[in-house]
Design a protein around this ligand. Sequence first.
Ligand code: 4AD
Ligand code: MG
Length: 475
Amino acid sequence: MTLLIKEILKLKPKNQLVTAEGWVKNFRANKFISLNDGSTVRNIQCVIDFENFDESIIKKINSGTSLSINGKLVKSLGSGQEVEILVENIKIYGESNAEKYPIQPKKHSFEFLRENAHLRVRTTTFGAIMRIRSKLSYATHKFFQNENFQYVNTPIITSNDAEGAGEMFRVTTLDPKSPPTKNSNVDFKKDFFSKKTHLTVSGQLEAESYALGLGKVYTFGPTFRAENSNTTRHLSEFWMIEPEMAFFNLEDNMNLAEKFVKYILNFILDHCMDDLFYLEERLYNEEKNKPKNERNGMKLIEKLKFIVNNKFERISYSFAFEILKNCSHNKKKKFEFLVRDWGMDLQSEHERYLVERHFKKPVVIFNYPSKSKAFYMRLNDDQTTVAAMDILFPGIGEIIGGSQREERLEILKKRMNQFDVSNKDLWWYTELRKFGTVPHSGFGLGFERIVLFATGMNNIRDVIPFPRTPNNALF
Ligand code: 4AD
Ligand code: MG
């Protein structure tokens, strides 16, 4: 019977015949095959009595070869594994040239593996990352379904700029060499959709429409940002989870966000321990080579447990500003961007200080200055702040951005004008405020940012299968 290696490793060895299929990680001494099929971080050791095997078959067994092995499952005599397969039959599916196969049985740099992203999932590290990613995704659906949310799919091609930041990828079928023009401008009326369209930066506005009918909804889909940010935290194509809830205020929103993040991290602590343990060891060994002040304080699993078991710190923007101002005043910390005027945007150095040095745990900042946040956020009674919230994580920075939404038509229109957001294009969005408007809230979690945190990796390009970043759309 063909079983997953994960299942074979759990069997009691009783000389029973088992079949395993997978890719050879390593073949040692013409005798020991380490085989992996992606179901687990662990390999199964398969032992060959090479004198009883056709040499032509032995020759084809190399790192990267795909094969099917049949043999007796026995207690292993060696250390490092409990069971092993005494090979009786081998069927080779695909050969692999040992010298040319990029994934050698040794540690490769992450840069090298990025250039070989089509094969990197065969490494132990990327297998572990992608299994954790998959479980986080499953846990996300499980959480929202348990909480009575409906899953909605919002459009990927859209004509609105949900964030009003203009960082969008154009979608067009016009010929770039000779586009139709009108008054010497490109005439988008002649384009496929008879208007300018682009890839969505967020499904929020459409999710709001659905929340005002289904009550509690969430999206989980790809989003696109044409921002020229070449950092370890930004992708041009990333996945976002956006819940939107009718009748929720900002506090309900923060409570839900915290509960959600803890739930999915807890889920992988319950279901991915082997993978987490492997990553923890691998990354910890790398940490040891770094200078002391650049090392992460906690090991991965300890860090995840800490997050799950501790309440996030909630502070207003004004309070955060005071902390930062005092600390730069007392010369406790020198910031590149001076902390001088209330209303300034918090830079990542400020956020990191609050999270990593001051509170030493996740921080939720709420009630931001209205001019620094998006047009749809609800204006507070003080008329200067909006009911926004960001969740900041150690080592990552912003992981969630959300708000209570402006549900009052007149104020929404005013804010749209202030931000130069066209009333005309978003007529349908304002109509949601004309017919049965209700207080409502939501947030967006950048999925890769949580995968980054959960795996302890350092670069967001290493937690999505085929990363898209400025100047790079390989594969
Ligand atoms: O803060 P953002 O821009 O908020 C929104 O898009 C809202 N419409 C969400 C909502 O309220 N429904 O993005 C939300 C999150 C960020 O906190 C961050 O985690 C992630 O999306 N994010 C990115 N992740 C990877 N690469 C990028 N370029 C990202 N930009 C934002
Ligand atoms: Mg944000």
